[in-house]
Design a protein around this ligand. Sequence first.
Ligand code: GLY
Length: 397
Amino acid sequence: MNILPVDIRRGDHHYDILVGDLLPGRWLEEIEARAKSDKYFAVIDARAAAAHDIPARLAGRRGWRITVLPGGEDHKKIADYAALCESLIADGVDRRSVVAAIGGGVVGDLAGFAAATILRGVRLAQVPTTLLAQVDSSVGGKTGINLAGGKNLLGAFQQPEVVIIDPGFLATLPEREFRAGMAELVKHGIIADQDFFDRLAASAGFFAKRDPAFLAEAVAHSCRMKADIVGGDERESGRRALLNYGHTFGHVLETLAGYDGSLIHGEAVGVGMALAAKFAADRGMIGRNGVQRIVLALRRLGIPVCLDDLPQPLEGRGDWRKRLTADAILAAMLKDKKAASAGLTLILPADIGDCRARPGVPAAAAAAFMLEALAESGEMAVAPPTGRRYNNKETGP
Ligand code: GLY
């Protein structure tokens, strides 16, 4: 087992991320040893609960109470948060209790935000069961829920007491979710570690087999990088913002897709990273060759880089891509909580392993670029502005 320390310098908080072979039951012992309490509140994603028989494992254990929640970005609303808090209160949560968030990013964010706010804050343990949550959302203390006005607009920083990561949880993850998590893993390489990017780009076979030793190593490396970044900048006033690479464009796609499962976060980030790389190349920040390497690596790993790579629209929902008009893209971009009156701060690659923050990008320019780049990236259903025609080329952005 790897023990990775996280030292949040602001507030002087320390915790460990444990990565390794902790199934079937050692993870529970680790929580109980590292976050001592007589009351634990397991908030479990329904898919993970069924796939790993978690409620049965907890049933006979002293002091544990269980809430099972549906996953999916659509279940991270005020009403879901209120219902969870009411149920924790009804079950007797108190200031010494520990909430254990067991699941993907949605359950981690929702249960984490409940822990941050209920009774003005109780302790939290994170047990991420998806690749995306293991490499990204469970580390660094961001928690939150969505408002009608946008994603994660209500939230808090709530550092956990411990994060437990077992790649064994990934064996049962649906393929689409697994690939979405791979996008965040590759993101860490593009941001700050070219060797890691190269290793991942050459590891399609290990990913396809979900090789546990490979995944443990890759996830641990990624968590080490993230721990280092968030340790020095918990509140995202500097370096942490680099982790938003691909997210400004990605959030526009997620907003327009509507959080109904048509598009999941990591898929949007894959397309967003390809777009941000092209945006950087158009401004002479990175060579076309660098963009090609990023796009080819993502493609080789099965991570979407353009609209054509995304799953077909959900039955009976219509094609959300038809909503990608100039006005809608701009409106969604301005809703992003990272948008400031002085313009957007985009995270752009100067090289692979060297992303930089570029502040002051006019939202209108970023939105116009996005519409055009998406239209160029293959056959797709973007409605062009009146009087304008787009070519449908075969290649990615
Ligand atoms: N997911 C980006 C961050 O944790 O800052």
